[in-house]
Design a binder for this molecule. Structure first.
Ligand code: HEC
Length: 203
């Protein structure tokens, strides 16, 4: 009986200790986290850059692992702007827009879009002065991002614009030949548009 009890305590003791340590650790982590947030917060640029990294990765993964593999390598399906009628894969830019629209529907505090000064889909034209300025900046300064604050409807926002370059011949070919494009002389490497991310700032 005694040995059972001592076995019980030896098993329980480390567990209790672990629980106390864990709870303490969590409390410490939470307090460290909240105090550092209170002291510094996360900068809107780090927030925007991080969101952009996820968006860019998802778009590349969809393009390479879904579209290019099934269309070019396995040749089992095509990708088309009219994906519903043609039972095809949506284009990467459409997938991107559908995601952005769903985020907006869910009432997320930030918004994003893939825009261009020469949009195939007029919905993807810049609407604010800062969007136009940012898209122009990324075309004139290849490889550089653009960051600026703007006030819309009385709310101050941090707006980031990331260049979207023509990384493959397909980008240029499809856009230059599209019936709705306002520009048909894109070259490989050109900045064709940009990802705009807008985060509200508390003032
Ligand atoms: C097969 C045709 C096709 C290919 C390939 C293609 N696009 Fe597009 N792209 C489109 C269409 C169609 C839209 C409009 C999508 C929508 O409805 O929002 C679009 C939208 C865009 C937009 C938003 C502005 C606009 O024109 O509406 C940008 C920027 C863009 N594409 C850049 C690229 C880049 C960069 C590549 C290569 C990595 C690329 N596209 C490849 C057809 C294509």
């Amino acid at each position: 009986m005694r040995s059972v009890l001592s076995l019980f305590t030896t098993i329980q003791y480390p567990k209790t200790l672990a629980a106390i340590l864990l709870a303490g650790g969590v409390a410490l982590a939470v307090s460290a986290c909240s105090s550092s947030t209170a002291a510094t917060g996360i900068s809107p640029q780090i927030m925007a850059d991080s969101l952009h990294a996820v968006m860019a990765a998802d778009r590349t993964v969809y393009t390479k692992k879904v579209v290019n593999r099934l269309v070019k390598e396995d040749k089992v399906i095509k990708a088309s702007e009219h994906w519903q009628d043609e039972k095809a894969l949506p284009l990467p830019a459409q997938m991107f827009r559908f995601g952005a629209e769903m985020v907006a529907e869910q009432g997320a505090p930030f918004s994003y879009s893939l825009l261009s000064l020469w949009p195939i889909n007029k919905q993807n034209a810049p609407k604010t002065d800062v969007e136009k300025e940012g898209l122009t900046f990324t075309v004139d300064n290849p490889g550089q991002n653009f960051y600026k604050e703007e006030v819309l409807g009385g709310v101050k926002y941090f707006t980031a614009v990331y260049p979207d370059p023509a990384v493959a011949p397909a980008c240029v070919e499809c856009h230059n030949e599209h019936k709705d494009t306002p520009k048909s002389d894109f070259k490989i490497g050109d900045v064709m548009g940009g990802v705009v991310i807008r985060i509200p700032l508390q003032s």
